[in-house]
Design a protein around this ligand. Structure first.
Ligand code: ZN
Ligand code: ZN
Ligand code: ZN
Ligand code: ZN
Length: 487
């Protein structure tokens, strides 16, 4: 109420800045004054909140705008509270943008030869084989849907019998197991000729059972069984260790830890001669003959070759937005809009004949978009093109209308613009700038006041008590908030 603080929120805002400054300056001069300043500030906030006068909507459209803006400001804590009710509507006008989406399914075909061993029964047609046609001359099953999986079709009447090049038609080739050597490296000793002794498990000594106390027969049997189980487990661990995995032996089967031992009667230092005697074994696949049946032709010396048409489908989507608005494209892209036209393109479209409800200029751009896609098609048909062999086999066109209302308004002597867009019931709001909510400023000032009233050790030092070291608050709230500023 007092002239010192003013009634106008805009003016008041400047006063707050000064107020914060005062709080800072006064802090060093005694807490009593700080309290008075904050009380005064609180008084001001209440006035600031009450300053705008609510407006009664006159037209239905105005009522709609005010309701939507109120909804928006209630959901967005950064926007001035009940903005729709308190803003001064300067003007509003409706317009629309159009979103054209053209989806093209490109089909790529390629001819592939597939060979398999000759089965003795020729599938080739009697007489002359069918001629090989260009890939697009074949009638293939109809594929529906914009997204389709790849597929292959075997072409009948194109089978031919050819000689196997792997075995030069002999049906026999070098054995694949021994690569034609007739022998393989002995798997038991890995070519070392010697292998680990099974009796002492490579230790070179065994337990001396003649020593020690005599055990009853059944107990001895039980111990032997436990030992043999333990050794089997130990063998598994040993195998794993030999494959390079460093694991400890969890089963202690070393007889040396249980009593006296004697040298192993079956080996020298834990190793015995391998039965292979030379580190090699005869190849069991070819029995040493070095040659085996050719795997390519299964020994027939002949191959069956047939042709398959491989088809692949790629979807390409193009989108154009037509119409002037300051609403960024990424916001418009989220609009649901209303579908005015949606159809598969089955015949040429003419710019002079737009479908019902589609404006002439929008339709013109649509036809151009289709034309550009056809150019792509023509260049694909040239054999040197990387996409050669691709054709647009399905095109779906969708035209969306996104209505919007541009609203110009004033709030606290400031001009603002906002956009309400998308179809009824799905309205969204976009504004580059909007008035900030007073609560936010209030919260900030309260936070600063709290900081000031709770002195940190640094602030208590005599140096900082000089008023000359004053700095403007770093986070002074902007009167108007920009959309870019995200908190
Ligand atoms: Zn041994
Ligand atoms: Zn061996
Ligand atoms: Zn072999
Ligand atoms: Zn062969």
């Amino acid at each position: 109420m007092s002239g010192e603080w003013g009634k106008n929120p805009r003016e008041g805002h400047d006063e707050i800045d000064k107020g914060i400054e005062s709080i800072r300056r006064i802090f060093s001069q005694g807490q009593g004054r700080v309290k008075r300043v904050i009380d005064k500030a609180g008084e001001y906030w209440q006035q600031a909140q009450a300053t705008p006068t609510p407006h009664q909507a006159v037209a239905a459209e105005e009522q709609r705008i005010r309701q939507l803006v109120d909804l928006w400001s209630n959901e967005n804590w950064r926007v001035a509270k009940d903005l729709g009710t308190y803003m001064d509507l300067v003007s509003y006008n409706t317009d629309e943008v159009w979103e054209i989406t053209l989806q093209t399914r490109w089909e790529t075909r390629s001819m592939e030869s597939v060979t398999e061993p000759y089965t003795g029964r020729s599938k080739a047609a009697k007489g002359q084989p069918e001629p090989l046609l260009p890939v697009w001359d074949y009638e293939l099953p109809l594929v529906t849907g914009l997204k389709a999986p790849p597929s292959r079709t075997r072409l009948e009447g194109l089978d031919e019998t050819i000689a196997c090049t792997n075995c030069n038609g002999s049906g026999r080739a070098l054995c694949a197991v021994c690569t034609g050597r007739g022998w393989i490296v002995c798997p038991e000793c890995k070519g070392r000729i010697k292998k680990r002794c099974a009796t002492c498990r490579g230790r070179g000594y065994v337990a001396d059972w003649t020593h020690g106390e005599k055990k009853p027969f059944f107990r001895r049997q039980a111990e032997n069984m436990a030992n043999s189980v333990g050794e089997r487990v130990a063998d598994v661990f040993e195998d794993i260790r030999q494959q390079g995995v460093p694991i400890p032996n969890l089963v202690d089967t070393d007889p040396a830890s249980k009593g006296p031992t004697i040298p192993c009667p079956d080996c020298v230092n834990g190793e015995v001669d391998c039965t292979c005697s030379n580190g090699k074994r005869v190849c069991t696949a070819c029995e040493g003959a070095r040659m085996a049946l050719c795997a390519h032709c299964a020994g027939t010396g002949k191959l069956m070759r047939h042709r398959e048409l491989a088809r692949r489908f790629d979807l390409r989507t193009q989108t154009r937005i037509i119409g002037e608005s300051s609403i960024p494209q990424q916001h418009l892209a989220k609009a649901v809009g209303e579908i005015v036209y949606s159809a598969e393109v089955t015949e040429p479209l003419y710019p002079q004949a737009p479908p019902e409800g589609v404006p002439m200029d929008v339709w013109g751009v649509t036809v151009d978009l289709l034309k550009a896609e056809s150019q792509q098609k023509l260049s694909n048909e040239r054999p040197d093109s990387p996409l050669s062999g691709s054709l647009a086999t399905l095109q779906v066109l969708e035209l969306l209308r996104v209505p919007y209302t541009k609203v110009q308004y004033r709030y606290s002597d400031q001009d603002y613009v906002l956009y309400i867009y998308d179809s009824e019931g799905r309205e969204k709001l976009y504004a580059e700038h909007f008035p900030a909510r007073w609560d936010r400023v209030e919260r900030l000032v309260l936070a600063i006041s709290n900081d000031l009233l709770t002195p940190t050790p640094e602030e208590e030092s005599p140096n900082s008590s000089h008023t000359k070291s004053y700095h403007a608050p770093a986070d002074t709230p902007p009167y108007t908030i920009s959309e870019e500023e995200d908190t």
